[in-house]
Design a protein around this ligand. Structure first.
Ligand code: COA
Ligand code: MG
Length: 306
């Protein structure tokens, strides 16, 4: 049976900030930042000589700062590298919300980690996220998504990595990401088919807010749930673009009201100001209103600190 993304609980993944685990100063900043999720990176942003120190930083950080209102994801090195096994052991020890696997090429990459987590008795709610950032990862996105759903069901989310993909393919950075759009949409299609979510790639130029705005607007239009970020200055734009705006929330509430009318109980379509609304729009509307509520809760002073 198909797993539609609309059947999953709505959660906030508008802004997913990557932090090099080696950078203690940046780690200390996290509690005060308004991102929905944090990726603690042990991979590309940490040099081989510093991997052990980066793991120690995470141990200390998880012991002192629970960051309970944010989703916490640890990005590990490939299991085939010298660092992957120790990274995964750390994940089992710290029990973040998810482990993010770099350069996932094929379903086996996810299944291997799924098996290792099961062997280590990791809790079921410790999920797997996958970086889709290689040519094979893009080609196999659908089979990775499908296999991840069936093998222990830990796979939860794809994150697109365009820096690696550009390096591997020779596609140059361009406004509008013209030649990359078909590949990005292939990832969105794959997650939609199997009830997962996709996070759009980082935008490197963290001083160029206009270009970031444009890329966030493009990302939400393409169907991504949020954006991976590299700098705190990017959080506001991602939250704004990937969160529903007031007009969208008002429309969603109008759809919910229309279907709640006594006469609509046995109707599958209603007329909302001259537009046809089906029950599928009601499902979408409820998700959107739920997301808006999560955002309101997050911004209440008592729950905003980490
Ligand atoms: N998370 C949390 N805090 C961050 C941060 C991040 N990703 N990036 C920067 N900061 C903090 C800095 O520590 C600095 O704090 P301070 O004012 O207390 O000193 C403040 O934000 C301003 O930073 P700035 O001086 O503008 O940038 P920088 O030179 O310190 O760092 C980067 C620039 C790109 C090196 C840094 O943002 C970074 O490492 N980003 C993440 C890279 C990454 O994760 N790559 C892998 C995935 S692609
Ligand atoms: Mg990468």
């Amino acid at each position: 049976m198909s797993q539609s993304s609309s059947s999953r609980p709505a959660r906030l993944r508008r802004s997913v900030l990557s932090v090099p685990a080696i950078n203690r100063r940046a780690l200390e900043k996290l509690a005060s930042l308004d991102c929905d999720a944090v990726i603690f990176d042990l991979e590309d942003s940490v040099s081989p000589e510093k991997k052990a120190e980066a793991r120690e930083n995470l141990r200390a950080f998880f012991a002192s700062s629970p960051l309970s209102a944010k989703e916490r994801i640890i990005r590990i090195n490939a299991l085939s590298s010298n660092f992957g096994a120790e990274d995964l052991a750390l994940v089992v020890e710290l029990e973040p919300d998810a482990v993010l696997l770099p350069k996932v090429d094929e379903p086996q990459d996810v299944m291997l980690v799924s098996d290792r987590l099961a062997e280590a008795d990791a809790p079921e709610n410790l999920r797997i996220w996958a970086m889709i950032e290689t040519p094979r990862g893009i080609l196999n996105a659908a089979s990775i998504a499908e296999a991840g759903r069936t093998s222990g069901s830990r796979l939860d989310c794809f994150v697109v990595g365009l820096n690696d993909l550009r390096k591997e393919t020779g596609v140059l950075p361009q406004p509008g990401r013209a030649y990359l759009v078909p590949w990005l949409m292939q990832v969105v299609l794959a997650v939609s088919a199997y009830g997962l979510e996709a996070i759009d790639s980082v935008f490197n130029d963290f001083k160029d807010m206009d270009a970031l705005d444009a890329e966030c607007a493009q990302g939400i239009t393409m169907g991504f749930s949020g954006k991976m970020l590299i700098h705190p200055s990017q959080i506001e734009a991602a939250n704004r673009h990937f969160g529903p705006d007031e007009a969208a929330v008002a429309e969603a509430e109008a759809i919910i009201s229309a279907f709640a009318e006594p006469g609509a109980a046995d109707l599958n379509v209603v007329n909302l100001g001259g537009r046809m609304m089906e029950r599928l729009h009601l499902v979408q509307a409820k998700r959107l209103v739920h997301k808006a509520r999560l955002i309101t809760q997050r911004h209440r002073p008592s729950t905003s600190s980490g």
